[in-house]
Design a protein around this ligand. Structure first.
Ligand code: AMP
Ligand code: ZN
Length: 113
């Protein structure tokens, strides 16, 4: 399987790591859209997108959201932040390994679409 984020997990592609545990990795987005732009992923390729979340794999998604809160504190995003998961073509998803964007560090635009 040819998956960019699986390669990052394996260390084949370098990344700037922000957080890591047994099941989750977070790293800086290579093309940041805000002063803080972090990608959070399950290390295992459990789903291509949010459309693939089900009762078998949702525990790790809950864990990811705990980590998101922890990262937001560490990054001092006390004034707020946005979590985005693009799912599929209409959302302009480019990497088909489920992931969550944390965006913050400035006042973000109100409009998402
Ligand atoms: P999405 O468009 O939601 O699929 O998001 C994929 C994100 O991965 C984009 O914001 C890219 O900038 C980011 N990205 C692509 N390649 C890398 C990389 N090698 N390291 C870090 N982030 C990356
Ligand atoms: Zn993958």
């Amino acid at each position: 399987m040819d998956c960019l984020f699986c390669e990052i997990v394996k260390g084949g592609i370098p990344s700037t790591k922000v957080y890591e545990d047994e099941t989750v990795l977070a790293f800086k987005d290579i093309k940041p859209m805000a002063p803080v732009h972090i990608i959070v992923i399950p290390k295992e390729h459990i789903a291509e997108s949010a459309a693939g979340i089900n009762s078998e794999n949702s525990a790790i998604i809950a864990h990811i959201f705990e980590i998101i809160a922890k990262i937001a504190k560490e990054q001092e995003l006390d004034n707020g932040f946005r979590v985005i998961t693009n799912s599929g073509e209409d959302a302009a998803q480019t990497v088909n390994h489920i992931h969550f964007h944390i965006l913050g560090g400035k006042k973000l635009p109100e409009k998402l679409a």
